[in-house]
Design a protein around this ligand. Structure first.
Ligand code: F6R
Length: 258
């Protein structure tokens, strides 16, 4: 896993945007895995700016979002479909986007179809991920099978509390989501994880330097062949080997840089 430490959240988004730019230059019709939450907002703003400036072209890409709340229709302002329209899809055009339907009647069928659609698109080239303060990726909470596929999950009380800031009251936060599984995420050719702030420091340390365990689903990415983690100083503060990660980045060969 490559660990990149940047001075602040804005620098993290800038570095992540450079990775997207490289990906799109290598493959204009890339299949992109996308995330919601507060973490990717700065990156999406940058991608929109770059697309408008003609630096990148997203119009041939196919996207798959990680997850959606069960019970919220795509028009609900707190649904992840509405989030993605607000932050990206209403601002730039992509060829096709996919988000699980939170109102689907047959959830197992929806999940199987989502997996099938990813396969039919040729698999995910670049998967963007935020990190839960409990170490989740997608909504694979601690204890999730490291081989899991897209399915229904029940959020932990901690994630419900973390996400309550987007709803009028904690009671309105849905308890269930459909999420890509850890195994689905692991199949992406490149996983790109972003994390900012002190609140993520424990999860970042456990993900990078702790044991690989289902209790910290993100730790499975230690075994991924191409995983990049970009964090700000605060999120890096629990990493014991942060000086080494800085050293590696400073000495990175030019051809490896985004
Ligand atoms: C969102 C997702 C979640 C978030 C994570 C961090 O699609 O899958 O794993 O990335 O909960 O959320 P924020 O970015 O709000 O801290």
């Amino acid at each position: 896993m490559e660990v990149i430490i940047k001075s602040n959240a804005d620098e993290v988004s800038r570095e992540a945007a450079a990775i997207f730019r490289r990906q799109l230059r290598e493959k204009t019709d890339s299949v992109l895995g996308l995330a919601t939450g507060s973490t990717p907002v700065g990156l999406y703003d940058r991608l929109v700016m770059m697309a408008r400036a003609g630096e990148i072209d997203l119009s041939h890409t196919t996207t798959f979002n990680l997850d959606e709340y069960v019970g919220l229709s795509s028009s609900h302002p707190q649904s992840y479909a509405a989030f993605m329209r607000r932050h990206l899809f209403d601002r730039v055009s992509v060829a096709r986007w996919h988000i699980p339907d939170g109102k689907a009647r047959d959830i197992p069928r929806l999940c199987a179809d989502y997996e099938e659609a990813i396969l039919e698109a040729g698999g995910i080239d670049l998967q963007l991920l935020g990190l839960g303060s409990d170490g989740h990726i997608g909504f694979n909470e601690p204890g999730s099978s490291l081989g899991s596929r897209t399915r229904l999950k029940t959020l932990t009380a901690r994630t419900v509390a973390d996400n309550a800031r987007y709803f009028a009251s904690p009671g309105e936060v849905p308890r269930h989501v459909v999420t890509m599984g850890v195994g689905t995420i692991f199949d992406a050719r490149h996983c790109l994880v972003l994390a900012f702030g002190e609140g993520k420091a424990g999860a970042v340390a456990a993900m990078v330097e702790g044991p690989v365990t289902a209790m910290v689903p993100a730790s499975v990415l230690q075994m991924h062949p191409v995983c990049t983690l970009i964090v700000d100083e605060a999120a890096a503060s629990g990493l014991e080997r942060r000086d080494y990660y800085r050293w590696v980045y400073e000495n990175k060969p030019a051809w490896q840089r985004a």
